[in-house]
Design a protein around this ligand. Structure first.
Ligand SMILES: [Fe+2]
Ligand SMILES: [Fe+2]
Length: 174
């Protein structure tokens, strides 16, 4: 399968693919935990969760600073605004669940069984939340952006503006 230039340059496709990566990574942690227990899962989770949290933060940042404002500006209906507010709230919830999970794996646990049950429950909750959230974005939000040339143009403009800001920040003042 080949990827054409439009796909590479289309931020909507790029961000949509990130959903699969997020779900896959969480699913992999869950499989290791259930199959191999805490001895194998703990170090893996301690190592993976900080990078994972950062990837999630960047994903949410892109949506909140680029996709959602573009959509709210170009299709400012009550329904769209309501959906965007709910999605933003869910971003906060997912970050909070991830923080809790990180704290949980650092806390002393009375037994391996209790650890597996507790962490497994948290991981599954987070996976389900991510999946439900991603379905709304992939089936409703992203198609609206892709099908609206004005919205897509605004997405590209805002993305460029964020890139310029980041480059300016990275360049030391003369
Ligand atoms: Fe989102
Ligand atoms: Fe998303």
């Amino acid at each position: 399968m080949t990827v054409n230039a439009e796909q590479i340059n289309n931020p909507v496709l790029k961000v949509a693919r990130e959903h699969d990566l997020i779900v896959d990574q969480l699913g992999e942690l869950e499989r290791v935990l259930v199959r191999s227990g805490p001895a194998a899962a703990l170090p893996l989770m301690s190592q993976a969760l900080p990078g994972f949290a950062e990837a999630m933060r960047q994903h949410f940042f892109f949506e909140e600073r680029i996709f959602y404002p573009a959509l709210a500006t170009t299709i400012p209906t009550a329904g769209i605004i309501e959906r965007i507010l709910l999605l933003q709230k869910e971003h906060g919830l997912m970050e909070e669940r991830l923080r809790l999970l990180t704290q949980l794996i650092q806390a002393p646990c009375p037994s391996a069984e209790a650890f597996v049950a507790l962490v497994h429950h948290e991981l599954l909750d987070l996976v389900n939340l991510v999946k439900r959230h991603a379905v709304v974005e992939i089936t409703d939000i992203f198609p609206r952006i892709n099908q609206n040339p004005l919205c897509l143009k605004m997405v590209l403009d805002l993305a460029q503006r964020e890139t310029n800001k980041a480059e300016k920040k990275a360049t030391p003042e003369a």
